[in-house]
Design a protein. Sequence first.
Length: 404
Amino acid sequence: MTAVDPAAAEGRQAGVTLAACCSVHAWQDGLTSTVNVMLPLLAQAFGLSYVQVGIVKAANLAAMALLEIPSGLLSERFGTRRLLVFGLTVVGAGYIWLSFAAGFTAILFSLFLAGVGAAFQHTLSSAIISAAFPGRSARPALGTYNAAGDVGKLALTGGFTLLLGLGAGWQGIAFGYGVLSVALALAVLVLLFRAGIGGGAARTAPDGPAPRKRGWGIRSRSGFAALCAINFLDTMAQSGFKTFVAFLMIERGVALHLAALAVVLTLAGGVVGKFCCGFLAARLGIIRSLVLVEVLTAAGIAAVVFAPPMLAFGLLPVLGAFLQGSTSITYGSIGDLIDRDRQARGFSLIYTTSTAASVIVSVCLGLLGDWLGVGNMMLAVAAITLLPLVLCGPLSSGLAKASG
């Protein structure tokens, strides 16, 4: 009988864990980001104002915000595998419903349903990756996971835009994405079942013990509060820019089908940014990396607003790298502030603040856009990007306290 190397087996299991979570993340985030590409089409088809566009986006994100924390708590009872598959199935149903929508109310309901499904993903996947890759290896692993999400965003939004250019209708594309989501749910179920990942109750990793401690496992309340606040403001800037960048291009005379490329180009930069910023934080430190990325993001947004349209298109991938790369820095810091057996709860809190920020900013920027125009709205987004800098001090102190 051939002896099995425990270290090699553990490494393979960690690899399967990362691959499964990256696949789910890529598809779920891709579907969520496809909403940004569809919004100009929905606005044109149904005569929506900027406020209504914001409400449509907020409906999708509000469902995620409501269920992020419950998803982490439910994973302790039912396991991650069932919930991940459930989420993929529900988001698929939402997109199928959207393909038959005939008005504003139907769009709101279908995207709310898709948001319900998307809530059962970030918290669960991040928790099992953090547990499977303890210590310093967590940041590169989470950086890879975050990059996978942007690969999915790029692939699905790019595919949507390409199919539009080939003459397909948005309804047919939405239906196809919904059907593929259900098919992926079945594939993930088989993969995780065979690997023995996330099937038991009260588990956050393939080989993790059931959590027994009470409370949320926060080692530094002030540090975690600062991290949540930074993430809240950072997400406002990211979500606001991606939601309305296509409208900025349309207002400046770019054709509708070309304006949708603005979202794709921004996401393309995010693929590189999220992957690289995880390593950047490991090398330069959390605070220095965060300051650098936020300043460059603000400058990049201002440049896109004032540059000629074609030059602005060229700047979008670079801006996207800074705009979205900061999440690999902030999310990678959760493991430093939360006990290992409470990772799911910590990630559920941070993702809830992220989604709540997206809900709020979608409606507020819609109002601001109707009032002052999209250009001034985007300059407000640039200002928001600089606000996290004042919270870097409290975060640094909290990290030092948690490691002490």
